[in-house]
Design a binder for this molecule. Structure first.
Ligand SMILES: [Mg+2]
Length: 232
Protein backbone atom coordinates (compact mmCIF):
# COMPACT_ATOMS: atom_id res chain seq x y z
CA UNK A 1 0.00 0.00 0.00
CA UNK A 2 1.18 3.50 -0.88
CA UNK A 3 -0.13 6.42 1.17
CA UNK A 4 0.50 9.93 -0.16
CA UNK A 5 -0.06 12.72 2.35
CA UNK A 6 -0.80 16.39 1.84
CA UNK A 7 1.01 18.62 4.35
CA UNK A 8 -0.83 21.82 5.41
CA UNK A 9 -4.15 21.16 7.12
CA UNK A 10 -3.56 17.39 6.95
CA UNK A 11 -0.30 16.56 8.74
CA UNK A 12 0.62 19.91 10.23
CA UNK A 13 -0.50 23.39 11.12
CA UNK A 14 2.50 25.57 10.27
CA UNK A 15 1.20 28.62 12.12
CA UNK A 16 0.93 30.87 9.04
CA UNK A 17 4.69 30.64 8.43
CA UNK A 18 4.27 29.85 4.72
CA UNK A 19 1.91 32.76 4.09
CA UNK A 20 4.14 35.23 5.97
CA UNK A 21 7.25 33.99 4.15
CA UNK A 22 5.59 34.26 0.72
CA UNK A 23 4.38 37.76 1.55
CA UNK A 24 7.95 38.96 2.34
CA UNK A 25 9.44 37.16 -0.66
CA UNK A 26 6.87 38.63 -3.10
CA UNK A 27 7.51 42.15 -1.82
CA UNK A 28 11.26 41.60 -2.19
CA UNK A 29 11.11 40.20 -5.73
CA UNK A 30 8.00 41.76 -7.34
CA UNK A 31 7.35 44.72 -5.04
CA UNK A 32 3.78 43.58 -4.34
CA UNK A 33 1.84 40.70 -2.85
CA UNK A 34 -1.21 41.27 -5.01
CA UNK A 35 -4.52 40.63 -3.18
CA UNK A 36 -2.92 38.13 -0.78
CA UNK A 37 -5.40 38.75 2.06
CA UNK A 38 -8.29 37.72 -0.18
CA UNK A 39 -6.79 34.43 -1.37
CA UNK A 40 -7.13 31.25 0.72
CA UNK A 41 -4.05 29.14 -0.07
CA UNK A 42 -5.70 25.83 0.83
CA UNK A 43 -5.35 23.18 -1.87
CA UNK A 44 -3.34 25.44 -4.20
CA UNK A 45 0.25 24.75 -5.24
CA UNK A 46 2.86 27.38 -4.37
CA UNK A 47 3.36 28.35 -8.03
CA UNK A 48 -0.44 28.56 -8.48
CA UNK A 49 -0.60 30.99 -5.56
CA UNK A 50 2.20 33.12 -7.02
CA UNK A 51 0.64 33.18 -10.52
CA UNK A 52 -2.83 33.99 -9.16
CA UNK A 53 -1.64 36.87 -6.97
CA UNK A 54 0.76 38.37 -9.50
CA UNK A 55 -1.71 38.13 -12.41
CA UNK A 56 -4.24 39.96 -10.25
CA UNK A 57 -1.57 42.62 -9.63
CA UNK A 58 -1.21 43.11 -13.41
CA UNK A 59 1.92 41.06 -14.16
CA UNK A 60 1.96 39.08 -17.42
CA UNK A 61 3.08 35.46 -17.50
CA UNK A 62 6.55 36.26 -18.86
CA UNK A 63 7.40 38.74 -16.12
CA UNK A 64 6.04 36.40 -13.43
CA UNK A 65 8.15 33.57 -14.82
CA UNK A 66 11.29 35.71 -14.88
CA UNK A 67 11.20 36.30 -11.11
CA UNK A 68 10.16 32.84 -9.96
CA UNK A 69 13.60 31.32 -9.30
CA UNK A 70 14.49 34.30 -7.16
CA UNK A 71 11.07 34.22 -5.49
CA UNK A 72 11.58 30.65 -4.28
CA UNK A 73 15.10 31.35 -3.01
CA UNK A 74 13.79 34.33 -1.07
CA UNK A 75 10.73 32.36 0.11
CA UNK A 76 12.85 29.57 1.57
CA UNK A 77 15.08 32.11 3.34
CA UNK A 78 12.06 33.88 4.82
CA UNK A 79 10.41 30.57 5.69
CA UNK A 80 13.44 29.48 7.70
CA UNK A 81 13.11 32.54 9.95
CA UNK A 82 9.31 32.36 10.12
CA UNK A 83 9.45 28.73 11.23
CA UNK A 84 11.77 29.71 14.07
CA UNK A 85 9.77 32.81 15.07
CA UNK A 86 6.51 30.86 15.06
CA UNK A 87 7.84 27.71 16.62
CA UNK A 88 5.29 27.83 19.44
CA UNK A 89 2.43 27.72 16.88
CA UNK A 90 3.81 24.80 14.86
CA UNK A 91 2.30 21.41 15.43
CA UNK A 92 1.41 18.14 13.82
CA UNK A 93 -2.28 17.35 14.23
CA UNK A 94 -3.40 14.92 16.94
CA UNK A 95 -2.98 11.30 15.89
CA UNK A 96 -0.59 12.00 13.01
CA UNK A 97 2.52 10.55 14.65
CA UNK A 98 0.70 7.47 15.84
CA UNK A 99 -0.87 6.93 12.40
CA UNK A 100 2.54 7.19 10.68
CA UNK A 101 3.95 4.69 13.20
CA UNK A 102 1.05 2.29 12.57
CA UNK A 103 1.53 2.57 8.79
CA UNK A 104 5.27 1.98 9.14
CA UNK A 105 4.51 -1.06 11.24
CA UNK A 106 2.43 -2.74 8.52
CA UNK A 107 5.08 -1.92 5.91
CA UNK A 108 3.10 0.76 4.06
CA UNK A 109 5.09 3.06 1.78
CA UNK A 110 4.66 6.70 2.80
CA UNK A 111 5.09 9.68 0.51
CA UNK A 112 3.92 13.24 -0.02
CA UNK A 113 1.68 14.95 -2.57
CA UNK A 114 1.75 18.61 -1.66
CA UNK A 115 1.47 22.04 -3.24
CA UNK A 116 4.49 23.15 -1.21
CA UNK A 117 7.73 23.50 -3.13
CA UNK A 118 10.11 20.77 -2.01
CA UNK A 119 12.30 22.89 0.31
CA UNK A 120 9.24 24.41 1.97
CA UNK A 121 7.65 21.00 2.49
CA UNK A 122 10.73 19.64 4.25
CA UNK A 123 11.17 22.81 6.33
CA UNK A 124 7.58 22.70 7.59
CA UNK A 125 7.69 18.97 8.36
CA UNK A 126 10.95 19.30 10.25
CA UNK A 127 9.67 22.26 12.28
CA UNK A 128 6.61 20.19 13.24
CA UNK A 129 8.59 17.12 14.32
CA UNK A 130 7.99 15.07 11.16
CA UNK A 131 11.44 15.38 9.59
CA UNK A 132 12.65 12.17 7.94
CA UNK A 133 9.23 10.47 7.96
CA UNK A 134 8.79 10.67 4.15
CA UNK A 135 11.46 9.48 1.73
CA UNK A 136 9.93 10.93 -1.41
CA UNK A 137 7.06 12.98 -2.72
CA UNK A 138 5.72 15.18 -5.49
CA UNK A 139 5.77 18.90 -4.82
CA UNK A 140 4.60 22.30 -6.07
CA UNK A 141 8.11 22.62 -7.50
CA UNK A 142 7.38 19.63 -9.80
CA UNK A 143 4.16 20.94 -11.41
CA UNK A 144 1.85 23.94 -11.19
CA UNK A 145 -1.29 21.78 -11.38
CA UNK A 146 -1.89 19.53 -8.38
CA UNK A 147 -3.55 16.92 -10.64
CA UNK A 148 -0.13 16.32 -12.25
CA UNK A 149 1.50 15.43 -8.92
CA UNK A 150 0.19 11.93 -8.04
CA UNK A 151 1.71 10.22 -11.13
CA UNK A 152 5.07 11.82 -10.26
CA UNK A 153 4.82 10.55 -6.66
CA UNK A 154 3.91 7.04 -7.86
CA UNK A 155 6.92 7.05 -10.20
CA UNK A 156 9.19 8.12 -7.32
CA UNK A 157 7.68 5.42 -5.10
CA UNK A 158 8.79 2.92 -7.75
CA UNK A 159 12.30 4.41 -7.85
CA UNK A 160 12.47 4.25 -4.05
CA UNK A 161 10.97 0.78 -3.51
CA UNK A 162 10.98 -1.06 -6.85
CA UNK A 163 7.22 -1.56 -6.47
CA UNK A 164 4.69 -0.40 -9.09
CA UNK A 165 1.74 0.64 -6.92
CA UNK A 166 -1.65 0.17 -8.60
CA UNK A 167 -4.29 2.93 -8.24
CA UNK A 168 -6.45 0.74 -5.99
CA UNK A 169 -3.60 0.29 -3.51
CA UNK A 170 -2.69 3.98 -3.50
CA UNK A 171 -4.26 6.55 -1.17
CA UNK A 172 -4.24 10.32 -1.17
CA UNK A 173 -4.83 11.78 2.30
CA UNK A 174 -5.71 15.47 2.22
CA UNK A 175 -7.87 18.25 3.61
CA UNK A 176 -9.29 20.06 0.55
CA UNK A 177 -11.50 19.42 -2.50
CA UNK A 178 -8.30 19.84 -4.58
CA UNK A 179 -6.72 16.85 -2.82
CA UNK A 180 -9.83 14.83 -3.65
CA UNK A 181 -9.80 16.02 -7.27
CA UNK A 182 -6.14 15.11 -7.78
CA UNK A 183 -6.78 11.62 -6.42
CA UNK A 184 -9.79 11.18 -8.72
CA UNK A 185 -7.82 12.46 -11.72
CA UNK A 186 -5.44 9.51 -11.28
CA UNK A 187 -8.07 6.98 -10.17
CA UNK A 188 -6.60 6.79 -6.66
CA UNK A 189 -8.44 6.25 -3.40
CA UNK A 190 -8.89 9.26 -1.17
CA UNK A 191 -9.30 9.80 2.53
CA UNK A 192 -10.23 13.40 3.35
CA UNK A 193 -9.67 14.85 6.80
CA UNK A 194 -11.50 17.88 8.17
CA UNK A 195 -8.62 19.36 10.19
CA UNK A 196 -8.11 22.13 7.60
CA UNK A 197 -10.56 24.76 6.39
CA UNK A 198 -13.17 22.33 4.98
CA UNK A 199 -15.86 20.57 7.02
CA UNK A 200 -16.72 16.88 6.89
CA UNK A 201 -19.87 17.80 4.94
CA UNK A 202 -17.95 19.90 2.41
CA UNK A 203 -15.42 17.11 1.84
CA UNK A 204 -18.21 14.54 1.40
CA UNK A 205 -19.82 16.90 -1.07
CA UNK A 206 -16.49 17.00 -2.95
CA UNK A 207 -16.78 13.21 -3.40
CA UNK A 208 -14.08 11.83 -1.09
CA UNK A 209 -14.18 8.03 -0.74
CA UNK A 210 -13.93 8.47 3.02
CA UNK A 211 -14.01 11.49 5.32
CA UNK A 212 -12.88 11.66 8.95
CA UNK A 213 -13.06 14.66 11.29
CA UNK A 214 -9.38 14.15 12.22
CA UNK A 215 -6.65 11.51 12.04
CA UNK A 216 -6.84 11.14 15.82
CA UNK A 217 -8.41 7.68 16.02
CA UNK A 218 -5.57 5.56 14.70
CA UNK A 219 -7.40 2.23 14.72
CA UNK A 220 -10.40 3.63 12.80
CA UNK A 221 -8.19 5.35 10.23
CA UNK A 222 -6.13 2.17 9.79
CA UNK A 223 -9.36 0.19 9.25
CA UNK A 224 -10.29 2.56 6.43
CA UNK A 225 -6.84 2.56 4.82
CA UNK A 226 -6.52 -1.22 4.91
CA UNK A 227 -10.09 -1.85 3.70
CA UNK A 228 -10.27 -3.43 0.28
CA UNK A 229 -13.53 -1.86 -0.86
CA UNK A 230 -14.46 1.74 -1.50
CA UNK A 231 -16.98 3.45 0.77
CA UNK A 232 -20.62 3.47 -0.28
MG1 LIG B 1 -3.75 20.94 2.63
Amino acid sequence: MLVLFDIDGTLVHAGGAGRAALESAMIEVYGTTGPIDELPFDGLTDPQIAYTLLSAAGFDEGSIEKGLDLLWVSYLNCLRSELIIRQADMKSYPGVLSLLDALDEIGATLGLVTGNISGGAHGKLEACGLGGRFLFGAFGSDAVDRNDLPPIAIERAFTETGVHFAPEETWIVGDTPQDIACAKASGLRVLAVATGRFSVAALKEADADWVVPSLDHTADVMTILTSSSRAE
